[in-house]
Design a protein around this ligand. Structure first.
Ligand SMILES: [Zn+2]
Length: 364
């Protein structure tokens, strides 16, 4: 069980990993003390500890002590770091039996197995917490993992998103009621679509008043808000006090500075998402929302995402969090997004912290 224990120790460092707690709770040696020797340990906050030892008891790290012993696991020559957090995935999104994009819905056994496989490959890729935003069928997967029935990352889900449709979305009171319904259904956070697709111009689909109601009600319910926003919606969502803005194409430097000022988290997917679509074009083409025009738009959008990341990284104090928007074809490859970000000017340590300490401050 050496490998299981190593996983336990590595995951425990995040202090939030359900899997580690579960393994510990199922192991008779719950309070067993484990000492890991490592040449380099990332503390998740931006520091590297050299030639030290990690002392774990049960599911908790109780000490970092270079003199601790005896050593149970000698990981010298390796770098040890906490489990990563991906703030934006679609964990149930999969390819179907015919190999084509099958989206994220469905309740057959095949769908359930695919979702379980997505969770497994995501965990094995080093991600111990993901926010899935959102599909109602995230819930049974989240709960199965939490109960220890399946191995996977801790899942936080938005259940059903609030999709902006102008006035048809509803009055502020109706929007508030919709959010309360998501909380009752078991949502851990709220996903809001405040912009139309960038291909259609990226215009706002919720008014300032509607966004204010949504993000205010979520706060009252103790839930965070993750907002799909382009162009003007970026500023509007920031002013509405929403927690995190996704994508953000068309945001000006002034919008980004306002986000930094207000403490709004920013998650501009840099390259993995679009490259996943392009790499799997034959599997996406002809499925809902994906035609030749879509792919032409994606090719054009890729350099714009890189340009946005290069600008965002220069805004002092902007909290850039790690989220990949992982869909079918990207599960288990989440960490490739780090490479894109570092190429676009994020330091490698800032990239690590964006999926560790910064993501914990956002997720908890
Ligand atoms: Zn998404």
């Amino acid at each position: 069980m050496r490998s299981q224990k190593i996983i336990l120790c590595i995951l425990s460092m995040s202090g939030i990993c359900a899997l580690a707690q579960r393994i510990a709770s199922q192991t008779p040696a719950q309070s067993q003390r484990i000492v890991i020797a490592a040449s380099a340990v990332l503390d998740g906050k931006g520091q590297v500890l050299r030639d030290t030892r990690i002392v774990v008891e049960g599911s908790k790290i109780v000490a970092i002590d270079p003199k601790a012993g005896p050593v149970d696991y000698d990981l010298r020559g390796l770098t040890v770091l906490p489990g990563w957090i991906d703030a934006h995935v679609h964990i149930t999104w999969r390819f179907g039996k015919d190999g084509k994009n099958a989206g994220m819905e469905g309740t057959t056994q095949e769908v359930a197995y695919e979702a379980a496989s997505n969770a497994w490959v995501t965990l094995m890729a080093g991600f111990t917490t993901v926010q899935s935003v959102g599909a109602p069928n995230d819930i049974p997967l989240r709960d199965a993992i939490a109960k220890g029935i399946l191995p996977g990352p801790r899942i936080l889900t938005a259940v059903e998103p609030l999709i902006g449709r102008g006035e048809q979305t509803g009055t502020p009171d109706e929007i508030r009621a919709f959010l309360r319904k998501q909380k009752e259904a078991g949502a851990n956070l709220i996903k809001i679509f405040a912009s139309q697709s960038i291909r259609l111009g990226g215009g706002m689909t919720l008014s300032q008043e509607q966004l204010n109601a949504a993000c205010d009600e979520a706060k009252k319910q103790g839930l965070r808000t993750l907002v799909h926003a382009y162009k003007d919606a970026v500023r509007a969502a920031t002013l509405a006090g929403c927690t995190e803005i996704e994508h953000g194409l068309g945001a000006s430097d002034d919008d980004l500075k306002l986000m930094a000022e207000k403490g709004t988290y920013f998650d501009p997917q840099d390259g993995l998402l679009i490259e996943t679509f392009l790499r799997n074009k034959d599997r996406y083409l002809g499925t809902p929302f994906f035609n030749e025009e879509t792919f032409a738009g994606l090719e054009k959008a890729l350099p714009l995402h890189h340009e946005l990341m290069r600008r965002a990284v220069k805004i002092p104090g902007l909290k850039i969090v790690f989220g990949t928007d992982a869909v079918a074809g990207a599960h288990g490859r989440n960490a490739e997004e780090f490479i894109h970000r570092v190429r676009d000017g994020v330091t490698s340590m800032a990239a690590m912290v964006s999926a560790l300490r910064l993501a914990i401050s956002f997720c908890s």
